[in-house]
Design a protein around this ligand. Structure first.
Ligand code: PRP
Length: 211
């Protein structure tokens, strides 16, 4: 039997997703040991899990280092990896939004300065609106940009809204809802169809039972 390789995003979302794989018949108890190891294997169950930086999961799956992975829809929209999106897990729910200082008013006569980690999502969104923008790519702490007048607005993930609130920013527009997705490598999907199909079915059932 071929081992199934599963890339989990490091953190709470990954731990929750692991629980769903476990329920689907792919347990790996050693994963719960509190250490710095990145790979955990249960040979008897035919599964190997690895903890990956959330934004890297799709790369492992696209290139076949992982057969399956759990990734945010934000990453799928931003990088459009060549993978199959199999299931919306309904967890890790948040949204991609435009935020700015409360006092901000758009002057459409000039380009809007947008700071974001998600340049493709932002560019596409404003292109659809025919709005001319000047984009600034940042790697984190995006909320600083409008406060320091580096940008007019930001395009970023909003979950509870606390980060915006605590930095005196306000959500102006919602771009798209985001949640965690189960993705598969395209060739694994073909050649390990039985195992993957079983997992998808079980996870869909688990979600139904939760609802
Ligand atoms: C994300 C996002 C916001 C924050 C939103 O950052 O970029 O800063 O979460 O969450 P909230 O609405 O519940 O406050 P993350 O913690 O993922 O770190 P990052 O700055 O590296 O993106």
């Amino acid at each position: 039997m071929k081992m199934l390789n599963i890339a989990l995003p490091k953190g709470r979302l990954g731990e929750k997703a692991y629980g769903m794989f476990e329920c689907a018949g792919y347990p790996c108890p050693s994963i719960k040991e509190n250490n710095r190891k990145l790979i955990f294997e249960n040979e008897a169950a035919g599964v190997r899990y690895f903890w990956v930086k959330p934004s890297d999961v799709a790369i492992y799956v696209e290139r076949g280092a992982a057969d399956l992975g759990i990734v945010g829809k934000d990453i799928l929209l931003e990088y459009a990896p060549d993978v199959y999106e199999l299931l919306d897990l309904g967890m890790g729910k948040c949204r991609m939004a435009v935020a700015a200082k409360k006092s901000f008013h758009d002057d459409r006569r000039r380009a809007l300065i947008v700071a974001t980690k998600f340049t493709n999502i932002a560019s596409r969104y404003y292109a659809q609106q025919g709005r001319d923008i000047d984009i600034i790519h940042l790697n984190g702490s995006i909320e600083l940009a409008p406060i320091l007048s580096l940008s007019d607005v930001i395009v970023d993930i909003v979950e509870t809204g606390t980060t915006l609130k605590e930095n005196d920013l306000e959500e102006k527009e919602t771009i798209v809802p985001i949640s965690a997705r189960l993705i598969a490598n395209k060739s694994s999907y073909k050649f390990q169809n039985e195992a993957i199909g079983h997992i998808v079915k079980s996870m869909a059932q688990q979600l139904e039972e939760q609802a």
